[in-house]
Design a protein around this ligand. Structure first.
Ligand SMILES: [Fe+2]
Length: 285
């Protein structure tokens, strides 16, 4: 019989997981137990507080579905998602930022230079970018997965008034790594607050706004995939992003532009906004 005491409990629990085969998994579970126990000990967690925490997790599970992950949102508002992004950073590469809950695989492939605006209201924007490695060498096999919200602040999945796949696409870059896309200016929006994460935000008197941004995933053979966002420098919520995704290097000026040939080629109005996106990918480790 092992007499479980306050002194030996944590080590006993850790040993109970010592037979996990994978070294990394074993380490992660060991450290999870260590820090969970340290949290309870440090705070003197009471039965009522423990029950409240478990009930919170139950409500998280109840509101989650294949199209809504309250757990991802919790990770986002706790800054955990952002920390994982920052830990994955590599010198010289474009910084990463949160994936968010509105990415779905299988966006339609469009030609470089396509116009996504169609019937969308909003300010017209030309996005121009170039994908290279950290030394500036073009990555001609790179692909871009792009998505954003509409002028009403909503993503197509959440809004019956928008056509399927509105304002999202995949593009293959040109031989010199460049790409162009005509779209609209993104809008700030509120993260969902009708679930337990909303309770937490209200409890903390925190805002639920995200500053306006584009989402992109950039992939190229032999290089680390980049999941990131591009923020509008004019957005009033840059200092208060509910999910801590803003990095200074990802904030871009939307510059007024009026090049007639470019406007004609991409089907833009005579006056539009232009954003430049230099993207650098690190080699795979
Ligand atoms: Fe977003």
């Amino acid at each position: 019989m092992k007499n479980i005491t306050r002194e030996n409990l944590t080590d006993t629990v850790k040993s109970s997981f010592s037979q996990i085969d994978g070294e990394r998994q074993r380490h992660l579970v060991n450290r999870l137990v260590h820090h969970l126990h340290a949290f309870a000990s440090e705070t003197g967690l009471s039965h009522d507080e423990w029950r409240e925490g478990i009930a919170f997790l139950h409500r998280m599970a109840e509101i989650s579905s294949p199209s809504r992950s309250e757990f991802t949102l919790l990770s986002d508002v706790l800054g955990l998602s952002s920390l994982v992004d920052l830990l994955a950073a590599r010198p010289g590469a474009t910084e990463g930022s949160v994936l968010g809950p509105f990415h779905t695989r299988g966006s339609p492939w469009v030609d470089n230079g396509s116009n996504l605006i169609k019937d969308n209201p909003g300010e017209a924007v030309l996005i121009r970018g170039r994908v290279s490695d950290t030394e500036g060498q073009a990555l001609p096999k790179a692909t871009i997965d792009f998505w954003q919200n509409a002028d009403n602040g909503m993503y197509w999945q959440m809004d019956d008034s928008q056509p399927q796949d509105n304002l999202r696409c995949q593009i293959q870059v040109q031989a010199d790594g460049s790409f162009e896309l005509a779209t609209i200016r993104p809008r700030p929006y509120l993260v969902p607050t009708d679930g337990p994460v909303g309770e937490l935000l209200r409890l903390s008197h925190r805002d639920a706004w995200r500053p306006a941004h584009y989402h992109i995933i950039v992939e190229a053979p032999g290089h680390r995939s980049l999941i990131t966002e591009v923020f509008d420098a004019a957005d009033p919520w840059l200092d208060k992003d509910a999910v801590f995704g803003v990095r200074a290097s990802l904030v871009c000026d939307f510059q007024p532009a009026s090049d007639a040939a470019t406007a004609a080629r991409l089907g833009l109005p005579a006056q539009y906004l232009a954003v430049e996106l230099p993207i650098r990918l690190a080699r795979e480790d």
